[in-house]
Design a protein around this ligand. Sequence first.
Ligand code: NAD
Length: 380
Amino acid sequence: MPSVRGHAVTDLMSRRGHEQVVFVADADAGLRAVIAIHSTALGPSLGGVRFRDYATDADALDDVLRLSEAMSLKAAISGLHQGGGKAVVRWDDPDRPRPQVLLDALGRAIDDLGGRYLAAEDVGATTADMNGLARVTPWVTGVDEVHGGSGDPSPVTAYGVMCAMRATMAELDGEPTLRDRHVVVQGVGHVGAHLTRLLVEEGARVTVSDVFATRAAALVPALGVDVVAPDLAFTTQCDILSPCALGGVLDDVAVARLRCRAVVGAANNQLASPGADARLAERGILYAPDFVVNAGGIINIAEEFVGYDRARALEHTAGIETTAAAVYRAAREQQVTPARAAEVLARRRIEVEGADRRWQPGDAAAWTNGAPLTRLRPEI
Ligand code: NAD
């Protein structure tokens, strides 16, 4: 049995409840990858393909096990009929385009799983990668819109973040309104810029910050927002801080300096350590778990397989307000942090609704509630 840092791979899988891990190598194609299926109890596993310069197979395996489990929780808390999966590819430079021969080899490995794993874009992956995979397998999302894909998910993700903010204001002040509230958005890239626009439309006062000063400044003339330097974003007094840049931003030092009433942002894995949510609670800062807040991205993708419709994707994404409210309520009732409450709710749904179920290729009709799968074998 292969082992990683002294642990049998199957022990690492069992600890987190993974169903299947597939190691893929194709020397001629230059492919070295690991695909992890954490759970298919609620439906086929979905998750991004990450191209990264992993130093060792152990690093790649650690990442794929952690990320695929997180995808299961995100899909479950969002009410999706999907599980969690992930693929990581050892690739020296994420900016170096992937040759088709490599995408063919990875696509074949994904195809062999018969739909138990659905590939999606991740940080570093591109629509071109997804188009490339789709030449060999139908089990891929995020392809170009002309091929039935859903296009840029960022506006939908941003809308979901705003819905979570409404629930947050209801929890804090009893009213789900952002009017006259002050929101600081850290990072105005794809999601942050859309979010800023939505917040201004809602009547919020918005302060933005970006390491690319021109990105922040570009929003000033049209939207009348304020700008702060990146090192001041976390210490600016506001109602809501919205991390929309990088993960791992909430460590003990950062939490001690915050001057906000709540944190509600799109960035993945914002909590830098397992105890960071407790530190936030001790300071009386309400933390909206990132995997609840930023689920608009996968809710959007889930629409692809039944015929993509952006209006319906937005309608489903609006449910994030209800989900966030349920998480806050559970946290209050159980006297735990919202992050803990969200994880418990997600795991309970997997246990109750998905008890003893494993998705099989023949389950497609049941998974879409009878609607036909429209994205089978696109002609790309
Ligand atoms: P992006 O790269 O387009 O934007 C990130 C922005 O943050 C950039 O403008 C960058 O210059 C800025 N930035 C980086 N470090 C900063 C710092 N220290 N201070 C201020 N600004 C900083 O990325 P995105 O697609 O907008 O995604 C933002 C976050 O949301 C990421 O963590 C991503 O994983 C997560 N997310 C995105 C989506 C989506 O639909 N795009 C879905 C789910 C989660």
